[in-house]
Design a binder for this molecule. Structure first.
Ligand code: FUB
Ligand code: ZN
Length: 817
């Protein structure tokens, strides 16, 4: 392993602390050993559970490459079904496998990698092109175009290969093997030719010169540049950034709107985060990285303005981005709902990448505060404590009814669109790389946790051993071991939550006065020392000798936070935090719907204890003084609150809240119970031959059947067993809808329908509903089949057009939001 570090250090010029390109450089995660505590435990779960589990889940994506390779070799095969980006999910799994191999070699996983790489290489065209559906000649033309690179705005051709490059770099870094790297380089050279030089085989020989609809390749090219040292790849990354919003601007609506994929303006002129959140955050990550790698500040103004707007108006307290479900993206300023918050796990992961990139470019710890917030709260919530169940969507409230997580009210095993599971997994596997950074004579401690590393300063190597109970406590102990006594600056991050009246930068989230203040303390060899602050870091500048011990004591009280009153859904509400962790109340600990609880915020949060045994073993919980509304009246109670990242590990479909009612304001605070409000505004409901049928209320009463064979809560049966039948809902007033969920029944005579689609009535005429790009009209039993429109729309009626095929269909419930 040591030999590989050396190889990596030589090849990866900009990862070394002596690079002249970057003033501050991360210490790569393969040079940091996790020695215990929080992250080592998560790493163990990754290695033992998540990585092998993800490999199993990737079998269909591997099979597609097998078929593609067979097809190219002229062997008889079934063609793979068209899919725009399932290959990218496999590449992310492979990237994670590579990181796991850096922790410990595993011949079986390496075999999986090599055999899969053989299939990928055999699926690549001789000129480097790699995208299964076009290679096999069976594209879904609406989504992919009729030939390569003819529909770059949605095809995901470049998104896929971006993830390929990241996996290839990781595997090379882990093993020294070039097999996937060669595939990646061949593809990147091909992309450069086709997009920027002109290749007779593509686009009539004219350079395509268009930025991809889903960013990713830009940041991946930065990695390819770092590992190869070939500046062509950095130039490509910059070119893709600079032509965005210049050479091509979509001019439609929803996913074809100019802002959906951040193409509304040249990137240097962009000032606010817009559109699809994952795309946006990958774009901003790439901009920060290109600035850092080129040493230029081309995007600095745009990035700072986007960042400021993001943290002061569009980020949940959990670090979640992209509150709006339909576009999986940013809503208007201060639109931060709780129950219907989308907050895709990938967006939180991307928020970590973006903010870490900003730190490297700006050397300012405020960016690390946001990276940390997102990591410890929204991103980590995306994976179960056991490591094999996932959230795609991360709301801040669950009512036990809303199937928020793409059809489930709890964690899912995997998803049809499985971008999130391997994304959070690969992030955890590389988290050690966020702990240390350095310049010639500075050591930055950026994320605390039990770990050990050696940092190559200009004056010689410095061994660092760190112990800390972070994020459950704020004590950090560091032992420094310079080769010879030497002068350098130790820069320890003082998180905003520990040193100011704000929980995180941006002004959205502030402590109430119940917070017990206290300045962070630093001791060297047991003696308190003065330190100066430099952009969020406490700096201790002195001559260090081997064995010097530094202690940092951060104030670590549980505290209440309130939200800027412009966020409607958090008015009259209070959140509980401790250190970087945001807490929530869950039904399982409190014995009632948590919506019936209110916090007494004038009394300080109470005792902190740890769970003993079970899946929550070792995780702290806080007893918060509050009140409970019970049938017998209001009673005092201690509300048990657990870290948000650990919620939903003890059963699904339970209630949860982050923003608790403030007892002073009662339980009547405005809450966006949009589904109840919408149900209440339904005027009539019925099939086309009997609209207004009063017996049909049971399918809009909010009671979701336990299964498709559970008749207890009532359901409606169609009259026809062949052909189309319509179900019409009319509303009292014009309503806006962001999702529609149908629960199909299979009891009695009912069968699942053949297919269905939606129409809506606006200004007296019926129109087909354009669905969000990753959605389809599902006909699965035992779940809500939820569809989202491409953009929120308004109407005064909706019509479900359902087609039976040899059997009647039954509807158990319709949920509108
Ligand atoms: O388009 C690829 C991925 O699917 C996106 O990053 C996610 O938001 C999901 O839409
Ligand atoms: Zn995702």
């Amino acid at each position: 392993m040591r030999k590989l570090f050396v190889l990596w250090a030589i090849l990866c010029m900009s990862s070394s602390c002596h690079s002249d390109r970057q003033a501050v450089n991360p210490v790569p995660f393969d040079r940091v050993e996790l020695t215990g505590g929080f992250w080592e435990e998560r790493m163990r779960t990754e290695l033992d559970v998540t990585v092998p589990f993800s490999v199993e889940q990737s079998a269909p994506a591997v099979e597609r490459f097998r078929r593609c390779a067979d097809y190219l070799a002229g062997r008889s095969t079934e063609l793979p079904e068209p899919h725009r980006f399932i290959s990218s999910d496999l590449y992310k799994v492979m990237e994670g496998v590579a990181y796991s191999l850096m922790q410990e070699r595993n011949p079986e996983l390496e075999k999986f990698m090599d055999s899969t790489i053989n299939l990928i290489a055999a699926s690549q065209l001789p000129d480097g092109y790699l995208y299964i559906s076009h290679i096999c000649g069976n594209p879904n033309v609406d989504e992919m175009g009729d030939r390569p690179y003819s529909w770059v705005v949605h095809s995901h051709e470049l998104y896929n290969v971006g993830h390929l490059y990241e996996a290839a770099v990781a595997y090379y870094q882990a093993t020294g093997k070039r097999n996937l790297l060669d595939v990646a380089i061949k593809n990147a050279d091909h992309v450069n030719r086709v997009f920027f030089e002109g290749d007779p085989a593509y686009n009539g020989g004219k350079p395509v010169n268009q930025a991809p609809g889903h960013e990713e390749i830009e940041l991946a090219l930065c990695k390819l540049y770092r590992v190869t040292g070939n500046s062509k790849y950095l130039d490509m990354a910059k070119r893709f950034l600079d032509i965005r919003g210049v050479t091509y601007v979509p001019d439609g609506e929803g996913v074809m709107s100019p802002s959906y994929a951040q193409q509304h303006l040249p990137v240097r002129e962009q000032r606010k985060p817009v559109g699809h959140a994952v795309r946006a955050a990958y774009l901003y990550t790439a901009m920060a990285q290109v600035d850092a790698l080129t040493g230029r500040h081309d995007y600095e103004k745009a990035l700072k303005s986007i960042w400021n707007n993001l943290v002061s108006t569009r980020m949940h307290i959990t670090g979640g981005l992209g509150a709006t479900e339909g576009i999986e993206g940013f809503g208007p300023e201060y639109y931060l709902p709780n129950k219907i918050a989308y907050n895709e796990t990938c967006a939180a992961v991307a928020n970590v990448f973006f903010n870490y990139g900003m730190f490297l470019a700006e050397k300012d710890a405020q960016y690390l505060d946001i990276a940390e917030l997102s990591l410890f709260n929204n991103a980590l919530a995306g994976i179960s404590l056991g490591g094999n169940r996932f959230f795609y969507v991360n709301p801040l409230e669950a009512d036990g009814r809303r199937k928020f997580n793409h059809g489930t009210g709890g964690r899912a095993e995997w998803f049809n669109c499985a971008c999130c599971p391997p994304n959070i997994s690969r992030l955890i596997l590389q988290v050690a790389g966020y702990m240390y950074a350095c310049s010639d004579d500075e050591i930055y401690l950026t994320l605390y946790g039990d770990s050990r590393t050696t940092i190559p300063l200009k004056g010689g190597d410095v061994g660092v051993e760190e112990t800390s109970d972070y994020p459950f406590g704020g004590n950090v102990k560091v032992v420094l071991r310079p080769e010879t006594p030497s002068c350098f600056k130790l820069k320890m991050r003082i998180p905003t939550w520990a040193g100011s009246s704000e929980f995180v930068p941006g002004g959205l989230y502030r402590y109430t006065d119940s917070r017990k203040d206290g300045a962070p303390e630093i001791r060297v060899n047991g003696e308190p020392v003065d330190y100066r602050m430099d952009r969020g870091f406490a700096v201790v500048d002195r001559k260090w000798t081997s064995g010097d011990e530094v202690e940092l004591i951060l104030p670590f009280e549980a505290a209440y936070v309130t939200c800027d009153s412009r966020v409607e859904d958090d008015r009259g509400a209070v959140a509980v935090v401790r250190g970087p962790l945001v807490y929530c109340a869950e039904e399982v600990d409190n014995g009632c719907r948590v919506q019936n609880l209110a916090v007494n915020r004038h009394e300080a949060p109470g005792a902190v204890s740890k769970f003993r045994g079970g899946i929550m073993d070792g995780i702290p919980f806080i007893s918060v003084p509050g009140r409970r509304v019970a049938t017998s009246g209001v009673e005092d109670t201690d509300i048990v609150m657990v870290p948000y990242y650990a919620w939903c590990n003890r059963g699904d479909d339970e209630t949860m809240m982050v923003w608790m009612h403030d007892a002073d304001c009662g339980l009547s605070r405005q809450s966006e119970n949009s589904s109840d409000a919408l149900s209440a505004s339904i005027r009539t409901i019925g099939p086309d031959y009997n609209v207004g049928n009063p017996d049909m209320e049971c399918i809009v009463d909010g009671a979701i059947p336990a299964s498709s064979t559970d008749a207890a809560s009532g359901f409606w049966v169609s009259s026809r067993s062949q052909g189309e039948e319509s179900l019409v809902l009319t509303f009292d007033t014009e309503v806006s809808l962001s999702s529609i969920g149908i629960y199909w029944m299979t009891c009695g005579d009912c069968r699942l329908p053949a297919k269905w689609r939606m129409e809506y009535r606006k200004d007296g005429s019926w129109k087909p509903l354009a669905l969000y790009v990753t959605d389809s009209y599902g006909v699965e039993p035992d779940k809500l089949n939820v569809v989202h429109p491409a953009a929120v729309f308004s109407c005064d009626a909706i019509r479900l057009q359902v087609e039976s095929d040899g059997g009647k269909f039954g509807v158990g419930e319709i949920i509108l939001e």
